[in-house]
Design a protein around this ligand. Structure first.
Ligand code: IPM
Ligand code: MN
Length: 366
């Protein structure tokens, strides 16, 4: 297979974690006889510095001629005081909108060898395996009007029936490949947009009689994510609720540094990025955990290129490296040897070069 991958390292630890993930992608190419053409583009703060634009036209063109995009992270204190059009986050929102990446998939699966780092009791966290499906191109992030004056500000939460239908369908389809349960999260006791959301879920579920559907109010869902997270399979929700709940869920597994994400459109074109941010406080020190970005490459192989065996090979390699007790600083126990970003990625590469390739893996992160 021959594919073009646009890599947008971004800011902070973005360049370090994407460099690690590119090494893994190249290893997959070598081992499985695929050619990945990799080209780099600017986004976020570094794009503001170079082009005075968080998403330059050059970057859009590069992504348009690519088959998938790998992104590091955007943002940092350097640009915090910028006007809203010149903030790094604008670049991320603009690329999501430009490519209509409406479905944001954020898998959260407990990894036995990382449970020691979970803030929850081991028996609560150990069976967690959920997929958060976050609507990514609508809702309050994009609704108009959105503006402020000296004494007031307004943001608008708008959803159309079509926008809700396509994300809900995505959630049902994913549930069919998993444990067959969908939890739809809203605030239907207060918000009009949530009442429409719930109505659409009720209509759509008629076409999926094999799927168990439950509705949860976002506040109560936030609580259940802590008290009984293993009860969730697919969680589908609107943009901002998904933003908040996915950060909450992410720590269950021990570290935000392990969670990948996919943002895909109707043609399975996707942007793949770690859930964590640019972590400017540790940038440039070669200490960030590259696992989330490496697993984002696994998601790219699975969801955009339909290379399931190759994706499973990455997951198995990551799992083995954890099981062998190799950790970056975020996950190491006191007194344990700490690996750098580069060293940890090299372990995954070694593992991929030597592993016995099998289609059956113990469990899936992605
Ligand atoms: C995320 C991030 C972004 C979001 C920010 C950086 C705009 O928090 O991907 O979850 O809010 O969507
Ligand atoms: Mn977020």
């Amino acid at each position: 297979m021959e594919k073009r991958v646009a890599v947008l390292p971004g800011d902070g630890i973005g360049p370090e974690v994407t460099a690690a993930a590119v090494k893994v992608l190249e290893t997959i190419g070598r081992r499985f006889n695929h050619t990945f053409h990799i080209e780099y583009g600017a986004i976020g703060g570094n794009a503001i510095d170079q082009f005075n634009n968080p998403l330059p036209d050059e970057t859009i063109k590069l992504c348009e001629k690519s088959d998938a995009v790998l992104l590091g992270a955007v943002g940092g204190p350097k640009w915090d005081q910028n006007p809203s059009e010149l903030r790094p986050e604008k670049g991320l929102l603009a690329i999501r909108k430009h490519f209509d990446l409406f479905a944001n998939l954020r898998p959260v699966a407990a990894v036995p060898s990382l449970l020691h780092a979970s803030p929850l009791k081991e028996e609560v966290a150990k069976d967690v395996n959920m997929m958060i499906v976050r609507e990514l191109t609508g809702g309050i992030y994009f609704g108009q009007p959105s503006r402020r004056t000296e004494s007031a500000a307004v943001d608008s939460l708008v959803y159309t029936r079509d926008e809700i239908e396509r994300i809900v369908e995505k959630a049902f389809e994913l549930a069919r490949l998993r444990r067959g349960k969908v939890t739809s999260v809203d605030k239907a006791n207060v918000l009009e947009s949530s009442k429409l959301w719930r109505e659409v879920v009720e209509e759509k579920k008629k076409a999926y009689p094999d799927i168990e559907v439950e509705h949860a109010l976002v506040d109560s869902c936030a609580m259940k994510l802590i008290t009984n997270p293993a009860a969730f399979d697919v969680v589908v929700t609107e943009n901002m609720f998904g933003d908040i709940l996915s950060d909450e869920a992410s720590v269950i597994t021990g570290s935000l540094g392990v969670l990948p994400s996919a943002s895909i459109n109707g043609d399975n074109f996707g942007l793949y990025e770690p859930v964590h941010g640019s972590a400017p406080e540790i940038a440039g020190q070669d200490i960030a955990n590259p696992a989330a970005t490496i697993l984002s490459v696994a998601m790219m192989l699975k969801y955009s290129f339909d290379l399931k065996t190759e994706a499973a090979a990455i997951e198995a390699a990551v799992n083995t490296v954890f099981e062998d007790g190799f950790f970056t600083a975020d996950l190491a126990s006191p007194g344990q040897r700490v690996l750098s970003t580069k060293e940890w990625a090299a372990k995954v590469v070694d593992e991929l070069d030597t592993q016995f390739v099998s289609n059956s893996i113990m469990f899936s992160y992605v």
